[in-house]
Structure formats: structure tokens, C-alpha cells
Design a protein around this ligand. Structure first.
Ligand SMILES: *Cc1c(COP(=O)(O)O)cnc(C)c1O
Length: 380
């Protein structure tokens, strides 16, 4: 039996979510923009999904823009805001060096389009340098984008503090909360954040759905034109089954959040404890206290990431090196690089990420299998 420990890459769909989606892959096929009853039925289901996703953030349904996922939400936030505010001469963006590629690659593109981007460094635990961020703010800064929790090492950023600084300086603040959604308590009425990205398939919903929360008074130029969907901020007929599934997944995630969080912590602690019991040499990467409980990044000095992953896969443990986009290549993780870890740690890091369905017994087996492989690979 294979053990799936790559929930930060994607998660299995819950049966309740699949059930909720089925009518919209069958008889309820209408276009939500149609005014006849086929359209109205579907429109109602989408309204409900919007309430469910908004509920998970304590947002108003009207502040939710459905997208094709976290990547599109990130792209829309950066390009939409930067384009809108460049008309006022604001052509500067601040982000961090450890963002997901959906942010970093968009920033690179914005640079080619004539925008200026400052990439804030992080410390060895993956925490963004807040002082450097403060100093980077200019009169022309339109937006700060710093992720809520990192997808490779799990470090949680001081989002409230950064948001507060942004407010005081009159700069908009976006956070990629794809990994934090369903795990941390996110209340946009309390949190000083103007835009926030979430994704369905990271919370046991279907792929191809996500959302961008946008607070009132934020100007946003759309990235897709053609129809008046999503309050004219994202044209195109909506992915109704995906959105309905996303809504259901968000509702379940909110209801089970506290319990789920506790389970993830337990899985994490069990895996760490069992690895220690196996007496293999390992180092945990990330922050010792401020972390997402479902992400555990560990280095096994003397081994190499790719070899470890291949061996683990052969023995029935599916995990990753970090972002799915960099695995499959020998490229060094930009996150670990930014954390300035030694070459030895950077080159031997693997990410275990937990989720719904994982058991404590799986953690014991994973530790045993991992230790066996580490021993085999580190024999002189
Ligand atoms: C997965 C992920 C994304 C991308 O979301 P998709 O829905 O797969 O496009 C963005 N940011 C973070 C932090 C992620 O983990």
C-alpha cells in the first residue's frame, strides 16, 4: 500500500465533494448567465459555493472572484493591481524570495513589462525580513505580496505585521494563502489584507478552481475580457462543477479545521519522533514554532534529494522535494537557497506533507522505510 505524503502538491477529493459536483456534470448543465431555469438552477449553486468559500475567510460573497486556481488568483492579484495603479505612476511591487512560482514568475514578467520589483530576503528559518520590507517601500509602491505560509518548508509569515505596515504606508497587501486555507484561522475582517489567494485542490476539492478575495475599494484590471462574469473581473463561462466542489470542500474544511489541525500536528510529531527513534541523522528545515502543521521539510545529510525520492517511491512512499514545479529537475529549491542553508542540507532536503486520510501507522512505516534508505545510501 502506497503512502501519500504529498498533500502540499495536491489532495484527494472527498466523497462528499464529488457527490456535490455530480449533478453539475449531468443534468444541471446550464450556463449560470442564462436567465431561463437551466441557468437559474446553476446560478443558485454557484451563489451557494461563493458563500461557502467566503465563509471560510469571513468575507462577503461579493468579495470572492472565482478563478481556475491559486496560480490564476496570484496572477490576477499582481497583474490586476499593478496595471490598475500604474496609471497613477505606481510601478513598484514588493514580494519575497520564497514565494510560489505563480508569484515569482509573474513578477519577472512584470519586470519585463517595465515594473520594478523588490525581492525581500528571508532568514534561515524562512521568515521574511520585515525591516528590509519596511525600507523597500517607496512612494511608487503599489503592492506588497507575501505568502501566508510557505509550501516547501511551512514557515508562517508575520502577515498581520506586514499588513499593518502596508496599511500605514498606504500600500495594498496581497497574500497567497493557498497552503494556509483550511489550516489557519483566516478572518479578512480582522486581518489587514486587501487581496488573498486560495485554491480548491489543496483542500480536498477538485482541480481547476480557486478564488481571489478582493476587499472593497481595490482597483483591479481584469486579465480576461469578454463577459460580465465575476463582476466583470474575470470573463468567461464559469467552471461550475469545479466551483460547486470547491464550495463544498471549503465548507467541510471550515467545519473540521480545528480537529484537522490537531491531527496534522500529531502526524508531524509522530513522524519526527519515529525518525529520531530510528537514530538517523536528520535536520528539520523551517521555523521551529511558526509553521504549517501539515508540512515537514527534512534534510538527511549524506543523501541526495532525487535519489531519496526515487527510493522512497520504489518502497511505496510518495513525497516531494518541494514545489511540484521544480521536482523532476535537479534544480535547487529557490526557497532553501534563499534560506541560505549549507549545500549539504539544501541538496538532501525532502518534503513530507500530510493530509486527510493519513494515519499514525503510516508515519511509523514511513520513518522505518526512510531510515532504511538513508542507512543504505550513507554507507561509505
Ligand atoms: C499549489 C499552490 C499554488 C498554485 O495553486 P494551483 O491551484 O495549483 O494553481 C500557489 N501558491 C501556493 C503556495 C501553492 O501551494
Amino acid at each position: 500500500m502506497t503512502i501519500y505524503l504529498d498533500h502540499a502538491a495536491t489532495t484527494p477529493i472527498r466523497p462528499e465533494v464529488r457527490e456535490a459536483m455530480l449533478p453539475y456534470l449531468g443534468e444541471s448543465f446550464g450556463n449560470p448567465s442564462s436567465i431561463h431555469q437551466f441557468g437559474r438552477t446553476v446560478r443558485m449553486a454557484m451563489d451557494r459555493a461563493r458563500e461557502q468559500v467566503a465563509g471560510g475567510l469571513n468575507a462577503e460573497p461579493g468579495q470572492i472572484i472565482f478563478t481556475s486556481g491559486g496560480t490564476e488568483a496570484d496572477n490576477l492579484a499582481l497583474m490586476g493591481v499593478a496595471t490598475a495603479y500604474s496609471e497613477q505612476g505606481k510601478k513598484h511591487i514588493i514580494t519575497s524570495r520564497i514565494e510560489h512560482h505563480a508569484i515569482l514568475d509573474t513578477c519577472r514578467f512584470m519586470e519585463r513589462m517595465g515594473f520594478e520589483v523588490t525581492y525581500i530576503p528571508v532568514d534561515r528559518t524562512g521568515l521574511v525580513d520585515v525591516e528590509a520590507l519596511k525600507k523597500a517601500i517607496r512612494s511608487t509602491t503599489a503592492l506588497i505580496s507575501v505568502m501566508y505560509g510557505n509550501n516547501e518548508v511551512g514557515t508562517l509569515q508575520p502577515i498581520e505585521e506586514i499588513g499593518q505596515i502596508a496599511r500605514e504606508r498606504g500600500v495594498l497587501f496581497h497574500t497567497d494563502a493557498v497552503q494556509a486555507f483550511g489550516m489557519e484561522e483566516i478572518d479578512v475582517k480582522k486581518l489587514p489584507v486587501d487581496l488573498l489567494s486560495v485554491s480548491s485542490h489543496k483542500i480536498n476539492g477538485p482541480k481547476g478552481a480557486g478564488a481571489l478575495y478582493v476587499s472593497k475599494n481595490v482597483k483591479l484590471v481584469p486579465r480576461a475580457f469578454g463577459g460580465s462574469q465575476e463582476r466583470r473581473r474575470r470573463a468567461g463561462t464559469e467552471n461550475v462543477p469545479g466551483i460547486v466542489g470547491f464550495g463544498k470542500a471549503a465548507e467541510i474544511a471550515a467545519a473540521k479545521r480545528t480537529e484537522h489541525r490537531k491531527q496534522m500536528l500529531e502526524l508531524r510529531e509522530t513522524l519526527i519522533g519515529e525518525l529520531a527513534r530510528e537514530r538517523v541523522n536528520f535536520v528539520i528545515n523551517g521555523h521551529p514554532k511558526r509553521f504549517l502543521p501539515h508540512i515537514l521539510n527534512v534534510s538527511f545529510p549524506g543523501t541526495e534529494t532525487e535519489t531519496m525520492l526515487m527510493n522512497l517511491d520504489l518502497e511505496g512512499v510518495a513525497c516531494a522535494s518541494g514545489s511540484a514545479c521544480t521536482s523532476g529537475t535537479l534544480e535547487v529549491s529557490h526557497v532553501l537557497e534563499a534560506m541560505d542553508l549549507s549545500d549539504e542540507l539544501t541538496r538532501s532536503a525532502i518534503r513530507f506533507s500530510f493530509g486527510w486520510g493519513n494515519t499514525l501507522e503510516e508515519m511509523r512505516r514511513t520513518a522505518m522505510i526512510t531510515a532504511r534508505i538513508v542507512r543504505r545510501l550513507t554507507i561509505e
